[in-house]
Design a protein around this ligand. Structure first.
Ligand code: MGD
Ligand code: MGD
Ligand code: SF4
Ligand code: MO
Length: 734
């Protein structure tokens, strides 16, 4: 008998012999979970667990957080600095001093030969904020190239650009607690259960307590769509049309919030004139959502007491990425849904510290949302750092996606890559490869030495990662949380902060600029520079942050001096008393004409190629590809393919197929599922030399973010399945 033995058999956790737990913040996604790493008697990290008292995750972790302690000693970690004269040669192990001297000399040689901006520096959303700030000071204050950007151009650039256009500044205005107050939620191109599992858990808990409609806009039946009240399977790249149609209905039926519009916005007349063109019938022909559904969603959203929108890459990664964000903000503004509990437009961020880099890295400007274009901002930062304000460029340099074409044309000759792997993550990798081969000088600084990009480097700097280092990160809801070193960096690798400080010494021979060594001291310096700014963190210290398990900005020194405890959870921007960041304090309503400029399926390439993520893997899998508990769920490249499309092509479940785009081809396994429509495939981009061989990645005109989710491919049957399996294994790499 299977049941009814009368005896309970409780789940037993294996005893890992933990003698001490150390505090950190998860280093994968931007949810910002508080995590503790358990050390055994020998000081070896052997377990991870969620922190019960943490407001964000309340003791929970997802699959990635639960095994995060395993990555410290995982395969492929860099142990020693490496160098060589040409990327064809074998690596030679070297010592840190030699490698760092070479970094300095290599950068200066290229600059002397080809000019200051001929070296590009590309950073990331996956370091600690003190590291971003230090790299920014080094780049803007000493090295002086203007071609300094981050992988956030592949990720959050459209959100940043859209927030700036609508509100006059970047900075997501909402928080997770908004789920507990909202009466209607639209999720645009965001698959929370897989990509932000703990934010999803917060949403689900709120929905269980209080019923409110969840509307998901996504061309694919994601896990979030399965749990939605309404799923709008939009035609890829046409969200702006749906947004305009929703506003058309709201304005036509008088459902807008006129008092809010009059008091807080400019531009309603222009917006009204544009959306008049998008009646639901006309719009339905473009975006694929029928007239009735458009009307129902418009009414539900506008009539809700508080209505909220979230979005992720389905919006940002499009030629209309920035416009899609402005469209979301327009909808929120005309219904008065900004800055109130449950009424917000909340960009769900990607990488663990994508927010920290936006706030502090100086990639697109100067620290704390200061602008290179603003003389006062240049003056203030130059004085604070003790550099000549004239040394700063007067406008931002190239975006990451424009840096690569500039390598092709010879405008850029040197590249320093830090915690990003463009050979795997940029679109059309054949083109990226050619650019990498052209570089006269390339430094790769990564915690793994086996990355695709390191193959083209002249110097490899092994970096520590995550909780081998100390510093803070900011999550999706502007919460600053701290990472403490739970173990020492692997081998002879060094924290990124140490590397930047050592490089800075070499560019700072006169010692004019100060570079504190310790992260808590740098944090205090940043606090000074943040006073009176949007992201004011002057009331925080590392200790206070750990004590509170994260503090949301703004939290000022005046609040701290008055003895005010940091507020819990429900901190918002643009509330009743706060104004928008345009000089007149009003937000802008911006009309969004739609131009269809994507690569779309045709006779030769009849399928939409939609690319994205899986819960168990992280980007190029440098980390999760090595961890058994993550990798075993999906160890090989595959596509989701509709069974009817498979039947038409004579493809069986589990067979290998060849995908062909106008750029290149790739071999993947076919998994048959109704998640995708008959004219679409979904390909996770985690696998080596696969998805981005195929993508076109047209750029958004405002944010320069690539349209990773809209390319066209055809599918070919493969006769020799054995050979295909072998080729596909090669693409697995790890
Ligand atoms: N497990 C895991 N979690 C992660 C990451 C990871 O690699 N692994 N990465 C992190 C990072 S950096 C990011 S940026 C986030 C990304 O998080 P998400 O954006 O949620 O993830 P994606 O799978 O890239 O894309 C989301 C959805 O966009 C939909 N989509 C495609 N085209 C369109 C369109 O035209 N319109 C609309 N409305 N939707 C469309 C796709 O079908 C997909 O379901 O995840 C973060 N979290
Ligand atoms: N087709 C397709 N392509 C995409 C996307 C998509 O949806 N579809 N999404 C895009 C998005 S949103 C993003 S964010 C990008 C991500 O693109 P990448 O930035 O290339 O992604 P990762 O693989 O996370 O690369 C991070 C690198 O940093 C290293 N690293 C991790 N931690 C540290 C550290 O502490 N220090 C140092 N020095 N190195 C570290 C890792 O080993 C890894 O090599 O991909 C983009 N590319
Ligand atoms: S939800 Fe994100 S931050 Fe939380 S444990 Fe998972 S990967 Fe880490
Ligand atoms: Mo991202």
């Amino acid at each position: 008998m299977l049941f009814g033995r009368g005896k309970k058999n409780p789940v037993k956790m294996a005893d890992k012999g933990v003698v001490e737990w150390k505090y950190a913040t998860c280093g994968y996604c931007s949810t910002g979970c508080s995590i503790e790493v358990g050390l055994d008697q020998a000081g070896t990290p052997v377990a991870s667990r969620g922190v019960g008292g943490a407001d964000v995750n309340r003791g929970k972790l997802c699959l990635k957080g639960l095994f995060e302690h395993e990555l410290f000693e995982s395969a492929g970690r860099g142990k020693e600095p490496l160098m060589r004269n040409h990327y064809h040669e074998n690596w030679q192990t070297t010592d840190w001093d030699t490698a760092l001297d070479k970094v300095h000399d290599g950068i200066r040689e290229v600059q002397e030969k080809y000019g200051r901006d001929s070296v590009a520096i590309i950073s990331t959303g996956q370091m600690l904020t003190e590291e971003f700030y230090t790299l920014g000071k080094l780049t803007r204050g000493l090295i002086g190239t203007n071609n300094y950007d981050g992988n956030t151009t592949l990720c959050m650039s459209s959100a940043v650009s859209g927030y700036k256009r609508s509100f006059g500044s970047d900075g997501p205005p909402g928080c997770y607690e908004d789920f507990e107050h909202t009466d209607c939620l639209i999720a645009w191109g965001s698959n929370l259960p897989e990509q932000h599992p703990i934010i999803y858990w917060r949403l689900k808990e709120a929905m269980e307590k209080r019923d409110f409609p969840l509307i998901v806009v996504d061309p694919r039946v994601t896990m979030l769509a399965q749990n939605a009240d309404m799923h709008l399977t939009i035609t890829p790249g046409t969200d702006v049309v749906l947004q305009n149609a929703l506003m058309h209905v709201i304005l036509k039926e008088g459902l807008e919030d006129r008092d809010y519009i009059d008091a807080n916005t400019n531009g309603i007349e222009e917006l009204e004139a544009e959306v008049a063109n998008y009646d639901p019938v006309t719009a339905s022909k473009i975006c694929g959502i029928d007239e009735d559904t458009i009307q129902n969603v418009a009414r539900l959203f506008a009539k809700a007491g508080a209505a909220m929108q979230i979005w992720t890459m389905g919006i940002n990664q499009s030629t209309h990425g920035s416009d899609g964000v402005v469209g979301i903000n327009n909808l929120a503004l005309i219904t008065g849904n900004i800055g109130k509990p449950g009424g917000t437009s909340l960009s769900i961020t990607g990488q663990c510290n994508a927010m920290g880099t936006r706030e502090w890295s100086s990639c697109s400007g100067l620290p704390n949302y200061r602008l290179l274009e603003n003389p006062q901002d240049r003056e203030d930062v130059a004085k604070f750092w003790n550099v000549d304000p004239e040394f700063f460029p007067k406008k931002r340099g190239l975006y990451q996606t424009d840096i690569y074409p500039a390598i092709e044309t010879g405008q850029i000759k040197g590249l320093w890559l830090i915690a990003t792997n463009p050979m795997s993550s940029l679109p059309n990798t054949a083109r990226v490869r050619k650019a990498m081969e052209k570089l006269e000088f390339c430094v790769v600084q990564d915690c793994y030495e086996d990355t695709e990009s390191a193959q083209y480097a002249h110097i490899y700097l092994p970096a520590g990662t995550w909780a081998e280092k100390e510093g803070v990160m900011t999550n999706t809801e502007r919460r600053v949380n701290v990472v403490k070193p739970v173990t020492r960096p692997h081998g002879n690798s060094k924290p990124d902060l140490w590397i930047f400080n050592q490089v800075a010494k070499r560019f700072n021979k006169e010692g004019k600029v100060t570079f504190p060594d310790a992260a808590p001291d740098i944090f205090l310096e940043m606090g000074e520079l943040s006073k009176g700014r949007l992201a004011d963190i002057s009331g925080m210290t590392h200790e206070k942050i750990e004590h509170n398990r994260g503090i949301q900005w703004p939290y000022t020194d005046q609040q701290a001096n008055r003895g005010e405890a940091p507020p819990k959870g429900g901190k918002r921007l643009y509330t009743e008393d706060a104004t928008f960041r345009y000089p007149d304090g009003k937000a802008k309503l911006i009309p969004l004409p739609f131009i269809d400029n994507n690569e779309v399926p045709d006779e030769k390439f009849p399928f939409w190629l939609n690319t994205g993520r899986l819960i168990e893997h992280w980007h190029g899998r440098t980390k999760t590809g090595k961890l058994g508990n993550n990798n075993k769920y999906s160890p090989i490249p595959f596509i989701e393919l509709n069974p009817d499309a498979a039947a038409d092509l004579g493809i069986k479940s589990g067979e290998y197929v060849r995908l062909v785009s106008r750029r290149s081809d790739a071999i993947v396994m076919a998994q048959l599922t109704q998640r995708v429509a008959k004219n679409m495939i979904f390909l996770p981009f985690h696998f080596h030399d696969c998805a981005n061989r195929l993508t076109l990645g047209l750029l958004d005109p405002h944010s320069r973010q690539p349209a990773y989710k809209q390319s066209a491919v055809r599918i070919e049957r493969i006769k020799d399945q054995k050979a295909a399996a072998k080729l596909s294994m090669e693409m697995r790499k790890f």
